[in-house]
Design a binder for this molecule. Structure first.
Ligand code: ZN
Length: 201
């Protein structure tokens, strides 16, 4: 999964309605991914299930309830884990646990993903985010692995298409025959004993 900074300076602020009306725009702005865990909404119930997230909680910052700059697109799980928690900290101080503003920072810079698809915090803020938002929950680890496999399959298909485009029709026929022959050899190798009993005597 990939995080990105949500550049609010590129956004056009809505001129009517309230925060609930702005979810489609926030979804587009966030490329349909949760601002915190980066899961895509097509992997987790769609736009209907995702939430409009008040980065500065509306219970503590009532004046920001319909402030577009304070709104992001988030999955319901991260939204519930974050809830109305808030921690003040000097801007850019990664030794003090807090939620960095996603319009200023790319959350991906606070983590590294290891070979088991678990996140590790690169600093105190990264560790804090992983713990508070449960960013190593089982569902996310499975989704990270699926995305890697799908990316690899997509690039493999691209490479096969590239090779096919390089071949002319006779070479394609040869390739098909070769694949057919390989298939036959493979099935023979799997289903035929390597040695007849007589060979072993
Ligand atoms: Zn999330």
């Amino acid at each position: 999964m990939e995080w990105r900074r949500i550049d609010k300076s590129q956004s056009e602020e809505p001129t009517n309605g309230t925060y609930r009306d702005w979810k489609p725009q926030l979804a587009t702005e966030g490329e349909h991914r949760c601002v915190y865990c980066s899961i895509h909404d097509n992997r987790w119930g769609g736009e209907r299930i995702f939430h409009v997230e008040h980065f500065k909680p509306k219970s503590k910052f009532k004046a920001l309830i319909n402030s577009y700059a304070n709104l992001f697109y988030a999955c319901p799980v991260c939204n519930v884990f974050k809830s109305d928690s808030w921690f003040d900290a000097p801007v850019g101080d990664w030794t003090v646990c807090h939620y960095p503003d996603p319009s200023e920072y790319n959350y991906g810079e606070f983590f590294v993903v290891d070979v088991t698809n678990q996140l590790t915090g690169v600093n105190a803020v990264g560790k804090f985010l992983i713990e508070r938002l449960h960013l190593n929950r089982k569902h996310l680890i499975i989704e990270r692995r699926k995305e890697i496999v799908e990316d690899k399959l997509t690039s493999l298909h691209g490479e096969i298409d590239r090779i096919i485009n390089l071949l002319n029709i006779d070479e394609l026929r040869e390739l098909a025959q070769l694949q057919n022959a390989i298939g036959k050899i493979r099935s023979k190798a799997i289903y035929t004993p390597m040695y007849e009993p007589a060979d072993l005597s």
